[in-house]
Ligand binder design. Structure first.
Ligand SMILES: [Zn+2]
Ligand SMILES: [Zn+2]
Ligand SMILES: [Zn+2]
Length: 139
């Protein structure tokens, strides 16, 4: 787990001012193996109101620290970006996995969405969510 000084460093690297809320949100993400929902953050970080948390999440998305994971349940989930993401470029061609048993959503960073070319179409983004049983539920 990252120390506060590392978290501060990470915020600075992404041109974000250091605030308590940003540090707390970032440390929850760094400590979690799974994608987190805004509801989870609201539950864990009761010291901040909803608006502050949303602003914090948005600033992280804009600056390349987090990405939003599409989910058919309508609950917004956020995953930690790879180190190559920044405000200029976000690349998320990795797969996501949703476990039917524990409900966790994970970024499968080393597995990529297969490239598809369709004549006449300009494809800007591809998302793929797999579901089934995650490693711990399957063992
Ligand atoms: Zn990203
Ligand atoms: Zn599971
Ligand atoms: Zn992801």
């Amino acid at each position: 787990m990252l120390k506060y000084s590392d978290l501060k460093q990470l915020l600075k690297k992404h041109q974000l001012r250091v605030t308590d809320c940003r540090l707390d949100v970032l440390s929850l993400f760094q400590a979690s193996e799974h994608a987190l929902t805004s509801r989870f953050l609201e539950h864990e970080l009761t010291a901040y109101d909803r608006v502050t948390l949303y602003r914090t999440l948005n600033s992280f998305i804009e600056s390349g620290l987090l990405h939003k994971i599409p989910d058919d349940s309508g609950m917004a989930r956020y995953g930690v970006c790879d180190h190559h993401c920044d405000s200029e470029e976000h690349r998320h061609d990795h797969l996501h996995f949703k476990c039917d048993a524990c409900g966790h959503v994970d970024c499968l960073s080393s597995y990529h969405v297969p490239k598809v070319q369709i004549p006449g179409f300009l494809i800007k983004e591809a998302n793929m969510i797999l579901n089934g049983l995650c490693q711990s539920c399957n063992s």
